[in-house]
Design a protein around this ligand. Structure first.
Ligand code: NAP
Length: 470
């Protein structure tokens, strides 16, 4: 895949980049390793000042950063600006909370026959981050902010279609004060990942991307005995039960499916609706979807911009055609528009059956699958009947049913009467083919830490656990 900016709204190639040579990559890894030694010797306060300065720069330069993101991958300018703000918020969160998350945690010294015993969280070294284009700033920041605060360094291999966003991230961290090599963008294709991850100086990897990329990186990391966090695809269920506020559910369903032009791992993709409210929900949902405005992503009135690539648009159209050819019904959309740009209309498809691609595959665009069920048990069976397990949504005003959904949905998160999203305060990640490991919260920061047990016998000095703050 060429490393290039191609505007999805026009199909025009705006800027191309030469991939870095092996020697350039080697030098970047060396700098990341040296910077790691430097960074781990700094205090949390110092790193917090750099991360706070990163937040300040993001906020000050928000509009220009957002314009680059929109130009590279087609998200609306309004959502790009919101993404920059969210990244700044995450930087401030980790700058503020790192001392708490990295503080020694005391253990029961008596139980382990020690004078004192505790757990310490220390950085592990350069971490390779292989990232996708769909939230080109946020996906990187939710790894980088906690990793840098913990004293690790980052090597970013970003998606090949967002090189300008990748380069500006490196530039922002450098201008915020982080040492040379603390965060480096590697302009390389995916074929370079194996060699980088096999380098002994690279200690771990995090990937956000497709199942295929996850399998590949997981295999390499397994062979090299390196820690990985894998954030992969999803086909999130959005269940609507008879007691739900159907109007509100249909409204939120529209956003949940079409946010980011439908290209979100945690977008609701399968709408599983109880037969008692199916017709009312289907009518409102299809009307809401059809009313969305598709167009120039820089235009403030646009709800949905183009898909990020022609290949991505062809793929979702093929999934819709496959369903229709096998007997599904299109309630709205479903036609590929002529003209420049990779636009696709909001689409709702129902009468889906096993054997159709939409039944089992992730649909990465503004296309919703609508399923009718007649009981709670059937809703759970359809919701969990997927290889993925990232997010999930349930709509019910019955408190007992809310508890049951929380227990029974087989996913990394359950949102009841709301749409799945992410917060720096809450862990984020999946189960099954959606990957493993967690980002965000204290857990996300500790994924790339050495959780070190310290046991001290009799004769120790009296200082207890908690004194340390690396
Ligand atoms: P992708 O094709 O897997 O690409 C993601 C990144 O992995 C890119 O940097 C890509 O590089 C690289 N890559 C691809 N194949 C690789 C391989 N075999 N070895 C090493 N690196 C490889 O995914 P995408 O199409 O950009 O993104 C959409 C997918 O990401 C969807 O499945 C979506 O659900 C998932 N996603 C998951 C989360 C989450 O948090 N769980 C969040 C966002 C997106 P190139 O660009 O150079 O090919």
């Amino acid at each position: 895949m060429p490393i290039a900016t191609t505007n999805p709204a026009t199909g025009q190639v705006l800027k191309t980049y030469q991939a870095m040579s092996d020697d350039q990559v080697d030098a970047a890894i060396e700098r990341a390793d040296l910077a790691y030694r430097q960074l781990r010797a700094t205090t949390i306060d110092q790193r917090a000042r750099w991360l706070t300065a990163t937040a300040d720069l993001l906020e000050a330069e928000r509009d220009e950063i957002a314009r680059i993101m929109t130009t590279e991958m087609g998200k609306t300018y309004a959502s790009a600006k919101a993404e920059v703000t969210k990244c700044a918020t995450a930087c401030r969160f980790y700058a503020t909370k790192a001392a708490e998350f990295l503080a020694d945690s005391p253990a029961d010294a008596q139980a382990v026959k020690a004078a004192r015993a505790f757990v310490r969280y220390q950085p592990i070294g350069p971490v390779l981050a292989v990232m996708p284009w769909n939230f080109p700033l946020w996906q990187v920041m939710r790894f980088a902010a906690p990793a840098l605060m913990a004293g690790n360094t980052g090597l970013l291999k970003h998606a090949s279609n967002v090189p300008q966003t990748a380069l500006l991230l490196e530039d922002v961290f450098r201008r915020a004060g982080f040492p040379e090599g603390a965060f480096t963008t590697l302009l390389v294709g995916s074929e370079a990942v194996e060699k980088i991850l096999s380098d002994p100086r690279v200690r771990a990897a995090t990937l956000t991307g497709s199942e295929g990329a996850g399998r590949s990186i997981g295999q390499i990391a397994g062979r090299e005995l390196k820690k990985t966090v894998l954030e992969l695809g999803g086909s999130d269920p959005f269940v609507v039960m008879p007691s739900a506020d159907v109007d509100r559910a249909a409204e939120v369903a529209t956003t949940a499916r079409c946010q980011n032009n439908g290209q979100s791992c945690i977008a609701a993709k399968r709408f599983i609706v109880h037969t008692d409210v199916f017709d009312a929900f289907a009518e409102k949902f299809a009307a809401n979807m059809a009313a969305l405005r598709v167009g120039d992503p820089m235009d403030a009135d646009t709800d949905i911009g183009p898909l990020a690539s022609e290949r991505g648009r062809d793929e979702i159209h093929a999934q819709v055609r496959d369903a229709v050819d096998k007997g599904a019904t299109v309630l709205c959309g479903g036609e590929k528009p002529a003209g420049e740009g990779w636009f696709y209309p909001p689409t709702v498809v129902t009468d889906l059956t096993p054997g159709m691609r939409m039944w089992s595959e992730e649909v990465f665009g503004p296309v919703a699958g609508l399923y009718r069920v007649s009981s709670y048990d059937e809703a759970i069976e359809v919701a969990n009947g997927t290889a993925f397990g990232l997010g999930s949504n349930a709509w019910t005003r019955d408190p007992a049913e809310q508890e049951r959904f929380a227990a029974d949905l087989d996913a990394g998160n359950v949102y009841v009467n709301g749409m799945t999203t992410s917060f720096p305060e809450l862990p984020f990640g999946g189960v099954k083919n959606s990957g493993y490991g967690r980002e965000l919260s204290a857990l996300g920061m500790r994924e790339f830490c050495n959780t070190k047990t310290v046991w001290v016998g009799e004769g120790a000095a009296s200082a207890g656990a908690g004194a340390h703050a690396e």
